[in-house]
Ligand binder design. Structure first.
Ligand SMILES: *Cc1c(COP(=O)(O)O)cnc(C)c1O
Length: 301
C-alpha cells in the first residue's frame, strides 16, 4: 500500500509527580507521531479502507465531515498518497466562505469539497442519499463520518498490539467510538478501557459502541462524558493552560478537540481515587494536532 508512516509509534513514560501518590504508572502511546496529517488513530482507521479500494480497483473515496474534521484531512492525505481521488461532503454551506485550516489542507491534498446544508448533511447515513451521491460522483467507495465502518474498527484493532502486557487500564478519546471498539475487542483479557467523549451527552455512545463489542468484553470498557468543556470543538482558557502546562512538563503536544480533554479528565479521575493504587494506565495519543491550527496563538508549541 502506498501510505508509508513516517515514524513508528512508541510508548513514553510520564513523569509521576502529579499521579504517583495515587497510582503506579501513567504512560502515553504516541500514535500522533506516525504521520504529520494522517496521524494517530486515523491512519489505522483508513488503512483497510484504502486497501479495500486498491484491491477492488475503486478510484474514488467519498466521506463526510465538519469544518474541523481530522478524519477528512487524513482521508484527503491518505487518498492522495494512494493515488485515489477523494471527495468530502462538508457540513454547512457557510463553511465555503470561511475555509478553516482543516478544509484548506483537504484542498491542498486534492480533495474535492462539496458543501451541503445541515439538513442534507443529516441524511449522511440514509440509503437514498448515499445512492444519490454515488450516482453523482461516479460510484465512489463511501466511508461514513469519522471513518466509522468495519474496516475502520478492524484497523483500530491493530492499536491493541502496541499495548504491552502489564498495563491494567487504557485511556482513549472517543468520537465515533471506532477506535475504542478496536482496542477493547483486541486488547489482552482483563485490561479495562476508559473512553473520554469530548461532547455534551457523549454517554449515549456507551450503548452505540456496545453492539460492536464482542460479547465477553462488554464489561471491559466505559465512556465518560464529564469533560466536554462546553461541547464538541469548544474549549476553555483553563483547558488551553492545561495543554501548555502538559507540554512543559512532558514535552507532549495534546490536541484541543480530543486528547487534552481526556488527559484533563484522567487527571481528575486519578485525583478522585477512581483507579486502584496498583493501576498502570496507558493513554493513547490519537493525534489530531492539525486541529490546533485554529488556536495556535494560545499555545506555546
Ligand atoms: C477522530 C479522533 C478521535 C475519535 O476517534 P473515534 O474512532 O471516532 O472514536 C479521537 N482522537 C483524535 C485526536 C481524533 O482525531
Amino acid at each position: 500500500m502506498a501510505i508509508i508512516p513516517d515514524r513508528q509509534p512508541y510508548i513514553q513514560t510520564i513523569n509521576g509527580d502529579w499521579y504517583s501518590y495515587k497510582i503506579a504508572e501513567v504512560a502515553m502511546l504516541r500514535l500522533d507521531v506516525v504521520h504529520p496529517v494522517i496521524s494517530g488513530n486515523k491512519w489505522y482507521k483508513l488503512k483497510y479502507n484504502i486497501a479495500f479500494c486498491k484491491k477492488k480497483g475503486i478510484d474514488t473515496i467519498l466521506s463526510f465531515g465538519g469544518a474541523y474534521s481530522n478524519h477528512l484531512s487524513a482521508t484527503a492525505a491518505a487518498a492522495k498518497l494512494s493515488e485515489i481521488r477523494s471527495i468530502g461532503i462538508i457540513k454547512g454551506t457557510y463553511a465555503k466562505e470561511n475555509l478553516t485550516p482543516t478544509l484548506q489542507s483537504c484542498i491542498e491534498y486534492g480533495m474535492q469539497l462539496v458543501f451541503v446544508s445541515n439538513e442534507d448533511y443529516r441524511r449522511k447515513n440514509e440509503f437514498d442519499y448515499l445512492n444519490e451521491l454515488a450516482e453523482r460522483y461516479g460510484n465512489p467507495f463511501i466511508i461514513p463520518e469519522g471513518g466509522a465502518n468495519d474496516e475502520g474498527r478492524e484497523g483500530a484493532g491493530e492499536i491493541a498490539a502496541l499495548i504491552p502486557a502489564g498495563f491494567s487500564h487504557v485511556a482513549v478519546s472517543v468520537g465515533t467510538g471506532s477506535t475504542l471498539c478496536g482496542i477493547v475487542n483486541n486488547v489482552q483479557e482483563g485490561v479495562h478501557v476508559a473512553g473520554f467523549a469530548p461532547m455534551k451527552g457523549g454517554n449515549y455512545l456507551n450503548d452505540e459502541i456496545r453492539t460492536y463489542i464482542s460479547q465477553g468484553r462488554r464489561g471491559q470498557y466505559r465512556v465518560y462524558d464529564n469533560w466536554h468543556f462546553g461541547g464538541f470543538g469548544k474549549h476553555t482558557e483553563e483547558q488551553l493552560s492545561f495543554m501548555n502546562q502538559f507540554y512543559k512538563l512532558h514535552n507532549i503536544p495534546l490536541d484541543v478537540v480530543y486528547t487534552s480533554k481526556m488527559m484533563y479528565g484522567l487527571r481528575e479521575q486519578i485525583e478522585a481515587g477512581v483507579y486502584p493504587a496498583e493501576a498502570r494506565i496507558l493513554c493513547v495519543h490519537t493525534g489530531g494536532l492539525q486541529g490546533n491550527a485554529s488556536i495556535a496563538d494560545a499555545l506555546i508549541y
